[in-house]
Write a protein that binds this ligand. Structure first.
Ligand code: GLN
Length: 186
């Protein structure tokens, strides 16, 4: 198994470290050429979604990535990565996000919460995070809600979290993604 990690900007190294700890090989997508490498899944990390969208478009990566996801490539987007997957961006997941949704004071916070399909006491680190303000189809399943706001969702082989599981010690969300990738590969 080899997982591509979008490495244009933001918190991608932490995803690589987490996947490596789980025994999974990773490689970085920095330019269009890297995308030719065989891959079983894709991580879209946190960072700044506006910058990431611009770079993806300039590098010619936007359409190939969108097509691969539509074609069934498993993808896990965190924070800015969740924004990228949303209806107004790549549009492969059926939800709309509100960016920087928690205001200035609460821009960054940590909590512990249940996640559907994962279990209890999942640590959640939010950094100027978005949340999902509207789910647009029944194909998209809510995995977690914090204070009435959706912060994790799954749709087929795609998953997205508003928080940063790669910044905590808990490996369950990455393991969950690896299990999706394994099922796809069979
Ligand atoms: N605020 C960023 C955005 O809107 C997301 C923050 C993050 O990824 N930690 O793109």
């Amino acid at each position: 198994m080899n997982i591509a990690v979008l490495a244009l900007q933001g918190a991608f190294i932490e995803h690589e470290q987490m996947l490596q700890r789980l025994g999974v090989e990773t490689f970085e997508i920095r330019q269009l050429r890297d995308w030719q490498h065989p891959k079983d899944g894709l991580i879209l990390p946190g960072g700044e979604s506006t910058v990431q969208m611009r770079l993806l478009s300039q590098l010619g990566l936007l359409e190939p990535i969108r097509q691969a996801i539509i074609g069934g490539l498993p993808v896990f987007g965190t924070c800015a990565g969740m924004i990228l997957l949303s209806a107004d961006h790549l549009g492969t997941m059926d939800f709309r996000v509100r960016r920087n949704a928690y205001g200035r004071q609460l821009g960054s916070f940590h909590t512990i919460h249940h996640v559907e399909g994962i279990g209890d006491e999942v640590p959640m680190t939010f950094i100027r995070a978005p949340y999902i303000e509207e789910v647009l189809s029944g194909d998209c399943q809510v995995m977690a809600e914090v204070d009435g706001h959706i912060v994790a969702a799954r749709q087929g082989r795609q998953m997205a979290t508003a928080f940063h599981p790669e910044l905590d010690e808990d490996t369950r969300l990455h393991q969950y993604f690896i299990d999706i990738v394994k099922k796809t590969a069979v």
